[in-house]
Design a protein around this ligand. Structure first.
Ligand code: G6P
Ligand code: MG
Length: 214
């Protein structure tokens, strides 16, 4: 029986893919590196420095580690100022009700986001208090598709992995959930999220009654 649901944040609870895109695009334009929506797809669920490495694949010149850190910090400034404008209206439809229903059903709620900005974003969205635990991506050894962050969340919630459901929109995230030994619900396209146990078009399709039997 399901005792906990562990959510990804970006692309599952709110649409930040475009916000990340705009911040990376501004940086890419500034340093003269081509960047488009197709490359942006590869950044979903991928941590900040790995995202930068993907963008710099098209760069004419090499950057030192210190320079890369500065570039990533600059992109993050753009991103933080954008999400600082977010509010509860930026939640995907159905999220606030889903979190309330899970709490009422006694199911523990965790967050397993690769984003260092997750606590700020949860606060802006008005759902920080809904989570029993927010896993710290800086505290785990390996990023998604490694299972580490989902396992860290389950451990903090004191729920065995096999009683957890993970919810993800990225291929790397679904892999992380499966490697953690959890049931995986994908949000997006079944053709893309092939390893998921079930794929929903949007988080609004998440049926808590089906889930408890999952
Ligand atoms: C999520 C997003 C990625 C983003 C990553 C790190 O996984 O899907 O696009 O790169 O978080 O976000 P951060 O806020 O730490 O730069
Ligand atoms: Mg995501």
């Amino acid at each position: 029986r399901c005792q906990a649901v562990i959510f990804d944040l970006d692309g599952v609870l709110t649409d930040t893919a475009h916000t990340h895109y705009q911040a990376w695009k501004r940086l890419a334009d500034e340093i003269g590196v081509p960047f488009d929506h197709q490359i942006n797809e590869r950044l979903k669920g991928v941590d900040r420095m790995s995202s930068l490495e993907i963008i710099l694949e098209r760069s004419q010149r090499q950057y030192s580690t210190a320079e890369k850190q500065q570039l990533a910090a600059r992109k993050n400034q753009y991103y933080v100022s954008a999400i600082s404008q977010f509010g509860p209206d930026d939640l995907f439809p159905g999220v606030a009700k889903l979190l309330r229903d899970l709490r009422q059903a006694g199911i523990r709620i965790g967050l397993a986001s690769a984003s260092r900005n997750a606590p700020l974003l949860l606060q802006r969205l008005g759902i920080a208090a809904a989570f029993d635990h927010v896993a710290d991506p800086a505290a785990v050894a390996f990023p998604k598709p490694a299972p580490d962050i989902f396992l860290a969340a389950a451990q903090a919630l004191a729920v065995p992995a096999e009683a957890c459901i993970g919810v993800e929109d990225a291929v790397a995230g679904i892999q992380a959930i499966k490697r953690a030994g959890m049931a995986a619900i994908g949000i997006g396209e079944p053709a893309q999220l092939v390893d998921a146990d079930r794929v929903l078009a949007t988080i609004a399709d998440f049926d808590i009654h089906q889930l408890i039997a999952f």
